[in-house]
Design a protein around this ligand. Structure first.
Ligand code: NAG
Length: 331
């Protein structure tokens, strides 16, 4: 009985001594483990008497013992994101910190535990607007994570897009559960300023992202809508297609029309190489050149000769005939 009592007294006095020794330094306060866009940072406030203090930090996961973070740093934060290899996006972490001065040290003060994908604060997305006639197209860029990226961590991330006429935010409209990072806001009034703000919602993380900064853009006239451009484009395309079809179908005729030399030459060649069929031409080619036969003829008008029924011959012929006559007569 007395032995156990003395052991108890010894133990409690030892505990008291231990406590007393570590109480020599007051510990940091408000120790919290934070995560923003998948980083992991331990933060704390300095104790009252903080002159000459430095701090030692450690962190653990559910699977491992405490391991070293920042050592002998006077800063009031310690970035644990990439100290020992890498933290994981679904990991659960706890941090702790103690103050140091010379050989003295304060008690360790533990932070709350955080689960990265549930508790990280998702930063604001980045939104840009393009005015297109009476509609506005919004493009959304996810915040950049320190480890992994938003779409890899949160498969079911959606956007909540809120838009309003400038100066009338109380009448804002919202498009919720949007998965695409581009959206066209229709049914807007022409020549009006609209402002857009976007938040990201996930299934794992109970808090939506920080809202994007609101960006504003003015719509233009409805007439300037992309319909005109679309129709013009369509007509031009249709014409081009029609021309191509015609060109393909009438390819031969077209090429005959456009570059006729080839076929014309061929046609001429064929025509010229053909054996001649005209008989006159053939005769002309085969017969020797003919002598031109001619008789000089003089015409003498004589009424008596006409009566004799013997047309008078030409003068010389007459003479020749008379000569013949005389020759016969002399024989
Ligand atoms: C989307 O944002 C609007 C404006 O902030 C808010 O009123 C609405 O509740 C949000 N929707 C969801 C699903 O959180």
């Amino acid at each position: 009985m007395s032995a156990s009592t003395s052991i108890l007294i010894l133990l409690s006095s030892a505990l008291c001594v231990g406590k007393g020794a570590s109480r020599a330094l007051s510990a940091p306060t408000r120790v919290r483990l934070t995560s923003y866009n998948m980083d992991l940072v331990l933060r704390w406030d300095a104790p009252e008497d903080s002159s000459g203090l430095s701090y030692e930090t450690q962190y653990n996961t559910t699977q491992s013992k405490y391991r070293g973070g920042c050592v002998k740093s006077s800063a009031l934060t310690c970035d644990l994101t990439s100290l020992h290899g890498s933290i994981t996006v679904y990991g659960m972490y706890t941090g702790r910190v103690r103050a140091l001065r010379g050989s003295e040290s304060s008690d360790w003060v533990e932070s709350q535990q955080i689960t990265m994908d549930r508790n990280t604060v998702i930063g604001p997305p980045f939104v840009s607007l393009i005015s297109n006639g009476a509609s506005i197209e919004a493009s959304i860029k996810d915040p950049v994570f320190r480890i992994s990226d938003l779409r890899a961590v949160y498969n079911y991330a959606t956007y909540n897009i809120t838009y309003w006429k400038k100066g009338q935010q109380e009448k804002a409209r919202s498009i919720e559960n949007l998965q695409q990072n581009r959206v066209v806001l229709h049914m807007l009034e022409p020549w009006t300023h609209y402002c857009v703000q976007v938040q990201i919602h996930t299934k794992q993380n109970p808090s939506p992202s920080e809202p994007s900064s609101s960006v504003c853009e003015s719509t233009a006239d409805e007439e300037e809508s992309p319909w005109v451009a679309a129709v013009v484009t369509f007509v031009v395309m249709a014409m081009v297609v029609a021309m191509v079809v015609v060109a393909v179908v009438y390819r031969k005729r077209l090429s005959n029309f456009l570059c006729p030399q080839d076929s014309l030459q061929q046609y001429l060649k064929e025509y010229l190489m053909e054996p001649p069929t005209s008989s006159i031409f053939l005769d002309m080619r085969t017969s020797p050149p003919q002598e031109e036969v001619f008789h000089p003829v003089s015409i003498v008008t004589d009424s008596r000769a006409e009566e004799e029924q013997h047309p008078p011959e030409a003068g010389e012929a007459n003479c020749a005939g008379r000569a013949e006559h005389t020759e016969k007569g002399t024989r």
